[in-house]
Write a protein that binds this ligand. Structure first.
Ligand code: E4P
Length: 219
């Protein structure tokens, strides 16, 4: 069970990685655009935040497998932690197959169906990223898709890991892991909220107050 952070903001990623609870990071062109920095610098900085070979997804763009592979070459050179993220299209899967055969870590993104997840597995993807939140936005259960992919992968001994993406809230994290996701990639806001429970706050207040009372009695 691994937790990835879905962000290109190096300061925010740094703080989350410092908790010791984050296993990897995913980025995408929209997240990169928000930061407005050179994506190669962002990826290198994030890779260096881990003291081991983590998985840091750098997404390639392009119409053809060749274009994607050229862009992948630039990212692969940056750091051993780089995972190449490719779109679930015929050209994206062609590029994925080639990279996988060369032993490069790959993440096939924009997955919205079981049949797409089957193709990603056939292409040798290290990870497949079903988009939970965007499916829910379209009145289809994202969690049920995770469950269905997990059932098929388990039945057929597929090695591709299910990386639940487009997670919008804390509840979805628990649900995705419960139905078979290997990894959830979550926005920093969701990660920070995972700590919270009103009964934790209430219980802690009580324990602290009782402890102080005991200290008063003992002094
Ligand atoms: C997946 O890896 C994507 O980066 C991301 O999870 C998409 O999330 P969104 O639907 O909130 O944009």
């Amino acid at each position: 069970m691994k937790l990835f952070l879905d962000s290109s903001n190096t300061e925010v990623v740094h703080d989350a990685v410092a908790t010791g609870l984050i296993d990897g990071v995913t980025t995408n062109p929209s997240l990169m655009m928000k930061e407005g920095k050179d994506p190669r610098d962002v990826i290198l900085q994030i890779c260096n935040m881990f003291g081991w070979t983590a998985s840091v997804s750098a997404e390639v763009v392009g119409e053809t497998a060749e274009e994607m592979l050229n862009m992948a070459d630039d990212y692969i050179d940056i750091h051993p932690s780089v995972t190449i993220k490719l779109p679930l299209t015929p050209e994206g899967l062609k590029a994925c197959k080639e990279l996988s055969e060369d032993g490069i870590s790959t993440n096939v993104t924009l997955c919205f169906s079981v049949s797409q997840a089957i193709l990603a597995a056939k292409a040798g993807a290290t990870y497949v990223s079903p988009f939970v939140g965007r499916l829910n936005d379209n009145s289809v259960s994202g969690v049920e898709l995770i469950r269905a992919i997990s059932d098929v992968y388990r039945r057929h001994d597929v090695n591709t890991e299910i990386l639940a993406a487009s997670i919008r809230d804390v509840h979805q994290v628990g649900r995705c892991f419960a139905v078979g996701a290997n990894i959830c990639t979550i926005p920093p806001t969701v990660f920070n909220k995972m700590y919270n429970h009103v009964l934790t706050d209430k219980g802690l207040e009580q324990f602290n107050s009782d402890w102080a009372t005991l200290q008063d009695k003992l002094s």
